[in-house]
Ligand binder design. Sequence first.
Ligand SMILES: CC(C)(COP(=O)(O)OP(=O)(O)OC[C@H]1O[C@@H](n2cnc3c(N)ncnc32)[C@H](O)[C@@H]1OP(=O)(O)O)[C@@H](O)C(=O)NCCC(=O)NCCS
Length: 435
Amino acid sequence: MSQNGTTPPGRRAAVVDGLRTPFVKAGTDFRDLSAIDLAALVVNELVARSRLSPAEVDSVVFGQVVPSTTVTLVAREVVLRTQLPRSVQAHTVARACATSIQATSDAADQIRLGQSDCAVVGGAESMSDVPLFASRGLAQALVALSRARSLGDRARALATIRFRDLAPVAPALTEPTTGLSMGESAEKMAQVNRIPRAAQDAFALASHQRASAAWAAGRFDAEVMHVAVPPGYQTVSSRDNIVRADTTLEALAQLKPVFDRRYGTITAGNASPLTDGAAALLVMSEEKARALGFTPLGFVRSYAYAALDPRDQLLQGPAYAAPVALDRARLRLADMDLVDMHEAFAAQVLSNLQAMASRAFAEKELGRSEPMGEVDPQRLNVNGGSIALGHPFAATGARMILQTLRELGRRKKQYALLTVCAAGGMGAAMVLERE
Ligand SMILES: CC(C)(COP(=O)(O)OP(=O)(O)OC[C@H]1O[C@@H](n2cnc3c(N)ncnc32)[C@H](O)[C@@H]1OP(=O)(O)O)[C@@H](O)C(=O)NCCC(=O)NCCS
């Protein structure tokens, strides 16, 4: 698709089914599972539950944001570790937190072009199992050691290692262009857009209240599988363990700012937490779905990706991408029955909502005469979002698509808009539709 408002003709991509693991805080229930373990679990269970013959699948598109050093191509590994035929080709995608939106739009494009009929897409993340790297000093010494030809060379290489070089290095959630972490970038957005701490905490509270109400009403039961927890397999993880039914504004207000301890507003309570989990969707051409007797949950109507300079407002991408996705869908915000926005931080969602409603933003940043509009809070993240449910980076987009399509079905409504902010100043948006 070009960056204009048209969607090319082609076959509609139907989301036929989907599933996710519980999303759990890093270092808890899934600490002994890798991202690929979680991916294989969810894909096997999805294929089994959907009663799809694995032989129907012709493509796997999967992603992982913080890659494992032992698995370079997560998508193909999903094929090799599940009941899917080994002849199924696969490709791995990466678009930071929008990774499984990308996996879905890739599959939708392939279906539209007639190059695929049935794809498994999704993402998995284990923040319990992040790769640890050797420091630069240790790595240089080890390379020199491997090239050493004499005992003296070896001794000289080893002698360059300082004690501090032995400390392992973890992957950073830092934006290379600015050197700021995601949290620091969101803190900057809160300041620039004047998003008060109280508004952020109120938004976080709603996320928890809505997610816990959804669990209590059984709305997640069919979309979240149970996982026997290794190493003992004596306990079963059956629910997200980050959602707090008992969170209060008072408790949230007590939490100390994390990223700017002195003047900051972002806390553990109004940020998405580091999370383990996986989510997968079954995406087919409309014809294939009907031929196999599936009733689609819904369809990908349009999507858009956009980007801004990371030195500006790093997580403001959704405000740039969403109007383009709506244009491509030939729909307006007012047509959307639901809006689901990934909650990296409450400050980030509130900043994006402000921009979407702002005429000045529309004119200056988008070159449009009209703003996209005010998002109705009653239609926004109605079953909670990443603050309460957690955010296993690569799995979040697929979780949102599944959760939103099922909610559209329950409400017998037609259209939904999804948005995700992503590293590098990027934003993703997707319009979903039911019949
Ligand atoms: C913000 C962050 C640093 C917090 O990490 P943490 O300190 O491990 O968070 P915890 O879950 O231990 O919470 C800290 C405290 O807040 C409390 N807390 C968290 N959420 C709460 C809530 N909703 N209500 C009440 N208390 C809450 C915890 O109970 C804990 O209290 P304790 O210290 O008394 O046990 C971490 O979640 C983070 O880095 N998030 C951002 C991830 C990111 O950058 N994502 C990219 C987005 S695109």
